[in-house]
Design a protein around this ligand. Sequence first.
Ligand SMILES: [Fe+2]
Ligand SMILES: [Fe+2]
Length: 286
Amino acid sequence: MEAGKHEICPARGKIQQLTSLPSLAVVKYQLVKALNKDSISIEDISDIVKHDQALASRVLAIANSAFLGYPGRIGAIDQAVMLLGFDLVRSISLAASMFNVFASQYGNLKQIWAHSYVVASIASGLCDKLQGSEKGNCFLSGLLHDIGRLALFRIASESDMDTQIHELARLRGDALLKAEEEMSGCSHTQAAKWFLEHLYFPDEIIVPIEKHHELAGEGPLKKISNIIFLAEGLSDIICPLIAHDSKWTEAHVKLFSEMGLGDKDIDDLKASVETEEASIAKFFDL
Ligand SMILES: [Fe+2]
Ligand SMILES: [Fe+2]
């Protein structure tokens, strides 16, 4: 689809409206309000998250993942805010509330979340190997990288495309993006951009998500964008059994070696994802 056409794409308004879904809207409103306050205390943000028990436990589960560096050591939201920072806990809270909103509708979407968690963990592992990247943003971008697919499922469920869109689940890479464009008027990468912009997510998370199926161009977010692109591709060879929309291509192989990485790194990343496999399954109730 050529530039400009997306601006009038009917899917855009529907995707933006999704951010008004009740449980998402409450968290969005309160967290954005809290973030815009000049002086916000740990208690303020904790109160917002603790208000919803399901949300609080999911935030803690993410905060305690090995990939953020504090496995099993964070017992309370206030502690999570202290260790991980406001921005990250706010983004985690929004991610967790999205899981609640979308998970209640489609059981099979758990596989998408499991794949997302795998990509988040690989991205986080890549950050450890490549100095100078922000690990929290890498993890969150990975966790939310396919949120556009959930948004497209949701808007399709409100139209007569419900069955058709689920048939796209067998497609991967460019073939999937093309089919989504034809069916919904936009790909899941574009849908994610509109959705997350409407939730006031930072560019550090939106840009890598928008670019996760392509090589990043020059710009300040090139490194993190390429990490998410690589993590998405690597999930195809590291966790092939979890349903995924990625493909390990020549472009990934080339970038991987340009970044100074090799087979040994793939083995390391695979081993660290395998150690977390049980908690991924538990977290997503697989
Ligand atoms: Fe994707
Ligand atoms: Fe993906």
